[in-house]
Ligand binder design. Structure first.
Ligand code: NAP
Length: 280
């Protein structure tokens, strides 16, 4: 049996195992997928262990999306530009190739009728998922990306970095706590964990007054997948806004990982049903 898994910490609520197993079955691959809790301190030993035990691929989550960079031999362009790794292919000679499938996962989850060309997007958060969203949106031809952060000094370098990578796009950084007027945006993306189950499910990353300034044909995209309908999305729906939740992104980033591991595409619906059956 071929071996795959997820490393990160904590992994208690992860849906990756059920989604990937459903995907393996849909393409007839005989493989296991284990949740392998790994802290940054134990990453060296974990990488050795994965290689010794003939693992062929892993997914990587918080807090290892950056630290894993130290162990990989090759980095694909999306992981490079997004400065975050979420998928690794371990070759028979034990070298490791790194990828970021959150970029395509984020993009593929946006319905085909949504035209991203020329639009203005506000992204809440500046972490790994926000980086992936920036790369996906920049590649899709948006005209402006404003990032909202708790820590402007820490995010200035990131903003300058993206300005260098995508010179045709306007990048700005603003303080997240001082958001008042969102009327200039065509899309708002929540890439913070605010609203996640078990952490802050009763919270929203935006004040209701600020939400009321969002234009009526704008889209609110919350990449949190548990709960599927966060408080932010409920409030957006109440205001008559179009919404996208994070579940399809989760499925698509897993599909992209299996495409890298097997060169085959697992079945979206099979994986989504498995996820829905295991969402609490
Ligand atoms: P991360 O790297 O830790 O980044 C989190 C970001 O949120 C940081 O910018 C952080 O700001 C900000 N933040 C955290 N708490 C905040 C608060 N109370 N107020 C304002 N900002 C806050 O995490 P990530 O990997 O980007 O993940 C973010 C979310 O996306 C998680 O909920 C995760 O589950 C979800 N996600 C979903 C998918 C999917 O497939 N649907 C994929 C990846 C991630 P500071 O830098 O100031 O701490």
């Amino acid at each position: 049996m071929r071996k795959f898994g997820l490393i990160g910490y904590p992994l208690g609520h992860s849906l990756s195992k059920v989604i990937h197993k459903a995907g393996f079955e849909s393409i007839g691959v005989d493989a296991s997928y284990e949740l392998l809790e790994t802290t940054p301190d134990s990453l060296v030993d974990r990488v050795k262990w994965l290689k010794m035990n003939d693992y062929e691929g892993i997914n990587v989550t918080i807090p290892l999306k950056l630290p894993i960079t130290l162990f990989v031999n090759e980095v694909d362009p999306y992981a490079d530009i997004a400065r975050a790794i979420n998928t690794v292919l371990i070759m028979p000679d034990k070298t490791m190739k790194a990828y970021n499938t959150d970029v395509l996962g984020f993009r593929r989850a946006i319905p085909a009728d949504v035209n991203l060309r020329g639009i203005k997007v506000g992204i809440l958060g500046t972490g790994g998922a926000a980086h992936a969203a920036v790369v996906a949106l920049a590649e899709s031809g948006v005209s402006e990306i404003s990032m909202f952060t708790r820590n402007i000094p820490n995010s200035i370098e990131l903003m300058k970095y993206f300005r260098r990578k995508f010179p045709e796009i306007i990048f700005e950084v603003y303080q997240i706590e001082s958001i008042r007027d969102l009327s200039r945006f065509d899309m708002i993306v929540n890439a913070t964990p605010i609203g996640m189950l078990g952490r802050s499910a009763d919270l929203m990353p935006l004040e209701p007054e600020a939400m009321r300034t969002i234009q009526k044909d704008a889209i609110v995209y919350d990449i949190i997948y548990n709960p599927m309908k966060t408080l932010l999305l409920k409030e957006a729906e109440n205001l008559g806004l179009r919404t996208i939740n994070g579940l399809d992104m989760l499925i698509y980033q897993a599909i992209c990982a299996q495409e890298i591991w097997f060169n085959r595409t697992p079945d979206f619906n099979t994986m989504k049903i498995a996820a829905l059956q295991n969402l609490r």
